[in-house]
Design a protein around this ligand. Structure first.
Ligand code: ADP
Ligand code: GLC
Length: 474
């Protein structure tokens, strides 16, 4: 049994902008089944404070990066939470990272430094009589934890999970003092990155162990093409870097007991959900596959490639139902396409329930990402018998078995992968998908294989469990 303090900027079901929240929200339960005890430290955004009905104050700071702060403990949705209540940093409208106009909060560095500082403080002093044996930080928002552990003289080991290397949390060196960082460590062995302060680099250099969320991404990260400038750092730390693929919370995501859908046990049960979904998106029944996509709309996710390749799907009678939000230019391009093309329907926004209905009602789930550390929607797709069509990269490479002639002959295929990651290869993949779709026996086999894939947390939770146990016993 190991006591772990997990530190993150998001945690489902309380606050979520992407897959990070799903992972941070689901892993503690899977670890509890193995005997570990996890408390999760998250910022006290207004929505988090509102959802934590009954809280207990377990710590306080007279001043934390410019104002007073409290540490609250609460139990929400089965999670043991420590909530960092710092009104001057977190009590404001807007998202976790951006204001109502879509601009990054100018004090993001201080906001998440405060979170990291509080984590180091809990590691040293405990909270409500509880002390962790491991601090496990997620992404750059927890990157300064090892720096503050050092400053506070605390030897508790730090595990760092990279969910996405694209976000560095870099700020100007002039903020060294306001961030309470040790000036003597502003060098390339610690958190200096091309003359700036980098929270991500601080985490990578200070962690006892680093992992990322798939084995393929762990390899990719060490290359110039994927490392986003941190590949040298990761090569230097490669002995301590592993890949542990994400699972999904099968209590929340599964077709047999999902309150948002018409539940089903076999792929045949998808028909009623498809009918409802077509109606909800204003689409007409057609001969081709109904492809769904649920995503942040960013360059990473290859939405522009999708727009270029889409004719190959539509000309075969396929359709697209898309839910997402993000880059305004992509939002406009998608809405314009939907307005002129009756086989395409787009909903801009964030809608958790609808995303469940799309998994249940879609024939195929699209993930045409340029890079994808793990990706969760293809895992949801597998579980719901919704065939993933994915780029061959990162976790998408590790979790989908491409319907190659060999895999089809062996009867093990679960989806369609494309490579290179460009519009041409995606168009070819659409053609293959449509070929499979019109062969009912083959399609049913793909669906059956998909639904049988082990996509829960069991195996990967074991890997985290072992990682913590090794470090905790020193
Ligand atoms: P990333 O973390 O890079 O965004 P993932 O595939 O790991 O990608 O996780 C995305 C998560 O966010 C999934 O749970 C997905 O269903 C959810 N999601 C993304 N966009 C939306 C949206 N517009 N509405 C509802 N859920 C969304
Ligand atoms: C990141 C990645 C995504 C991954 C998620 C959870 O947001 O972009 O691929 O699934 O984190 O680890």
């Amino acid at each position: 049994m190991t006591r772990i303090l997990s530190v993150a900027s998001e945690c489902a079901p309380l606050v979520k902008t992407g897959g990070l929240a799903d992972v941070v929200g689901a892993l503690p339960g899977a670890l509890a089944a193995l005997g570990d005890e996890v408390k999760t430290l998250i910022p006290g955004y207004p929505s988090v404070i509102a959802q934590a009905k009954s809280t207990k104050t377990v710590g306080s700071f007279e001043t934390l990066f410019g104002g007073p702060a409290k540490l609250l403990s609460a139990k929400v949705a089965g999670l043991d939470l420590l909530i960092l209540d710092v009104p001057h940093l977190f009590d404001r409208p807007g998202g976790p990272y951006i204001d109502a106009n879509g601009r990054d909060w100018v004090d993001n560095a201080e906001r998440f430094a405060a979170l990291s500082y509080a984590a180091a403080h809990v590691a040293r002093e405990g909270a409500g009589g509880w002390t962790p044996q491991i601090v496990h930080g997620h992404d750059w928002q927890a990157g300064f934890v090892p720096e503050y552990l050092h400053t506070l003289g605390c030897a508790v080991p730090f595990v760092f999970t990279v969910h996405n290397i694209a976000f560095h949390g870099n700020v100007d060196a002039a903020r060294l003092s306001t961030l309470r960082l040790d000036h003597t460590r502003f060098n390339s062995d610690h958190f200096e990155f091309w003359g700036q302060i980098s929270a991500l680099k601080a985490g990578l250099m200070g962690a006892a162990k680093i992992n990322t969320v798939s084995q393929t991404y762990a390899e990719e990260l060490k290359t110039e093409a994927f490392g986003m400038g941190m590949d040298g750092v990761l090569r230097a730390r490669s002995v301590d870097l592993t890949g542990i693929v994400n699972g999904i919370d099968t209590a929340v995501w599964g077709p047999t007991a999902d309150p948002a859908i018409k539940p089903y046990k076999t792929p045949r049960g998808k028909a009623a959900n498809k009918k409802a979904l077509l109606k909800e998106f204003g689409l007409k029944p057609s001969d081709g596959p109904l492809c769904v996509l649920v995503s942040r709309l960013t360059h990473q996710k290859g939405i522009d490639l999708l727009l270029d390749a889409l004719p190959a799907l539509l000309e075969r009678g396929g359709q697209l139902a898309l839910l997402g939000s993000g880059d305004p230019a992509l939002e406009v391009a998608l809405l314009e396409l939907a307005a002129s093309e009756p086989r395409v329907a787009v909903k801009i926004g964030y809608n958790e329930d609808l995303s469940h209905r799309m998994m249940a009602g879609g024939d195929a789930i699209l993930v045409p990402s340029r890079f994808e550390p793990c990706g969760l929607t293809q895992l949801y797709g597998l579980r719901y018998g919704t065939i993933p069509l994915v780029a061959l990269t990162g976790g998408l490479a590790d979790t989908v078995i491409n319907a190659s002639p060999a895999a089809l002959a062996r009867g093990v295929a679960t989806g369609v992968q494309f490579f290179p990651i460009d519009a041409n290869a995606l168009a070819n993949a659409f053609a293959r998908l449509c070929d499979f779709y019109v062969q009912p026996k083959l399609w049913a086999k793909l669906q059956g294989n998909a639904m049988k894939q082990p996509v829960g947390w069991e195996t990967s939770a074991q890997a985290y469990h072992a990682l913590y146990a090794d470090l905790a016993t020193g």
